[in-house]
Ligand binder design. Structure first.
Ligand code: B12
Ligand code: SF4
Length: 463
């Protein structure tokens, strides 16, 4: 039996929405943990639930009762994780949780059977925790920094926080050999013509956007040495032959000096893999940065644009201006890089005027693609604290997610659906104006209808 079996609660074959999109990536956190623990001499196995199913996982737990199971948790997997905990406990396993979600709900997860919750980075904590668990069991873990557990009297004990790993270059690369990385690439290739592999070049983000969860890395920002990143990309290229990579960093262009050094190193090695990534407009405000990205093979950059109203951006503490987003979008496109934009409806204080400002902003920026969401409060974020008094959760905690919170007094979901239609029709009409004025006019009519429907829905509230 391995010292630890790692898994996560995401099952691709149960997710009909994602099966339309088909852009799965492995959970890097588990792969990092596996690599670190194996290097330290532990025996680690991974059950990658992305391509697995519940029966197979249960069989695995039943086959070797009494082991240690580590589960990655995030916002959308709560009900699955609760189910896995139940199965694991039924077969006598000790359950450790980690990742951004369990850190926010330690008491709730423990009430559902979890033995230990790890907060923050998992590598060093697990390396200390596993031998202690084997020696003392799950109720005498006093002093193991970064953990919460239940003592012999049934008291929940939270140990001191563990300092973050100073030198992230000391951590080995993600253990991609432990999973079927090829299956991810094949799915991408079948559905998008391009096989893709994800990697990160940094941990954490120092910005303080109020709705963003910093449960794992706090507000630190630690970058890897660009030589080591180039080695990893070269290894990925030579081992898996993907057609592209995805830098899953929070803000890929945060450090320009690093970016130039990294780009030069990739160039020196003749490595030009197309890639997409996420950044912030204010960290893309130089042609040199965009030229470098394009030169490296960047074909799409995603920007959290959120709102076209400066008032709302400021309320979110985004630390960016509407003009910066517009400039960065146009400039990236000028350099041949597509821009994807994330937008958010319904942030605290948003008015119809702000919604109109967002529509005008999207028209003016004209990104290649944009996605919208209705703002939801992730536990332990400043946004959550701000609306905490208005939150209503109609589902049972174990089957809900933070996305299911209704915010008392906020406009209804229908209101934001209409706002979304208004935006999409306006932008589509704007894009067609020059070449197909009849279709543009039809779309404008649709936009007007949606706007009217939104106004009619203005009195409907969420809870
Ligand atoms: C890339 C990314 C995505 C990608 C791909 C996800 C993937 N499979 O790789 C996409 C775009 C698909 C995505 C989607 C979503 N994401 Co996302 N995503 C990220 C991002 C930017 C990087 C993830 C990553 O690779 N991190 C690097 C690794 C090393 O860190 P880590 O996973 O946290 O792992 C460490 C620790 O958590 C811990 N640990 C992890 N697992 C375990 C297990 C055990 C047993 C232990 C002890 C420890 C442990 O140790 C690890 C190493 O130190 C993070 C933010 C971030 N910087 O982490 C957000 C983040 C995880 N996403 C988030 C959200 C909200 C979402 C969505 C719900 C958004 C939405 N509205 O749809 C969806 C959910 C989709 C899904 N299927 O999970 C939130 C989660 C908040 C929360 N409380 O759960 C985050 C934290 C962003 C944020 N700052 O708010 N995401
Ligand atoms: S939204 Fe992006 S920039 Fe803002 S704090 Fe989160 S990761 Fe950082």
């Amino acid at each position: 039996m391995p010292d630890i079996l790692l898994t996560h609660g995401y099952f691709l074959w149960e997710d009909e929405k994602e099966q339309q999109i088909m852009k799965p990536y492995p959970t890097l956190g588990l792969l990092y943990i596996s690599a670190y623990l194996r290097r330290a001499g532990f025996d680690v196995a991974i059950y990658d639930s992305t391509f697995g199913d519940r029966t197979e996982l249960t069989e695995r737990l039943a086959r070797a009762p009494g082991g240690v199971l580590g589960i990655y948790t995030n916002l959308i997997t709560r009900s699955n994780v609760v189910w896995i905990i139940g199965e694991a406990k039924r077969h006598g396993w000790t359950v450790i949780l980690g990742g951004p979600e369990s850190a926010n709900y330690t008491a709730e997860y423990m009430a559902h059977g979890a033995d230990v919750i790890v907060t923050g980075e998992g590598e060093t904590t697990l390396a200390e925790l596993l031998p202690t668990l084997a020696r003392k069991g799950p109720h005498r873990l006093h002093g193991i920094a970064g953990t919460t557990f239940c003592d012999e009297d049934g008291q929940i004990i939270t140990n001191i926080a563990r300092p973050q790993i100073d030198d992230i270059d000391s951590i080995p690369w993600p253990d991609r050999e432990q999973i079927d990385q090829q299956q991810y690439i094949d799915i991408w290739r079948t559905h998008h013509g391009m096989g893709s592999v994800n990697l990160i070049t940094a941990r954490g983000c120092p910005y303080k956007c109020k709705w963003c969860s910093h449960a794992v890395f706090g507000y630190t920002h630690r970058r890897r040495n660009f030589m080591d990143c180039a080695d990893e990309v070269q290894h990925i290229h030579e081992t898996y032959h993907p057609d592209q990579v995805w830098y899953a960093d929070d803000v890929f262009t945060i450090n320009h000096r690093w970016l130039y050094g990294y780009a030069a190193e990739l160039k020196r090695r003749g490595l030009k893999l197309p890639f997409e990534t996420i950044s912030r407009a204010d960290r893309m405000m130089k042609d040199e940065v965009l030229e470098t990205l394009a030169d490296m093979g960047c074909y799409r950059v995603w920007i959290g644009s959120e709102s076209g109203s400066q008032r709302i951006l400021d309320a979110m503490q985004r630390a960016v201006t509407v003009e910066q987003v517009q400039w960065a979008t146009k400039a990236a496109q000028r350099h041949g890089i597509q821009v994807g934009m994330f937008l958010m409806w319904g942030y605290d204080g948003e008015t119809e005027e702000d919604i109109l400002a967002t529509i005008e902003h999207v028209k003016r920026s004209n990104p290649d693609i944009f996605f919208t969401t209705v703002a939801y409060p992730i536990k332990n974020t400043p946004y959550y604290e701000r609306v905490a008094g208005q939150l209503v959760l109609e589902k049972d905690w174990a089957t809900a997610t933070d996305r299911d919170f209704a915010i008392r007094g906020r406009h209804s979901r229908n209101y934001y659906r209409q706002a979304d239609k208004w935006l999409r029709s306006e932008v589509a009409a704007f894009r067609l104006e020059a070449e197909n004025s009849a279709e543009a006019m039809r779309l404008r009519g649709e936009a007007e209808q949606a706007h009217t429907a939104m106004r009619l829905a203005a009195e409907e509230v969420e809870a």
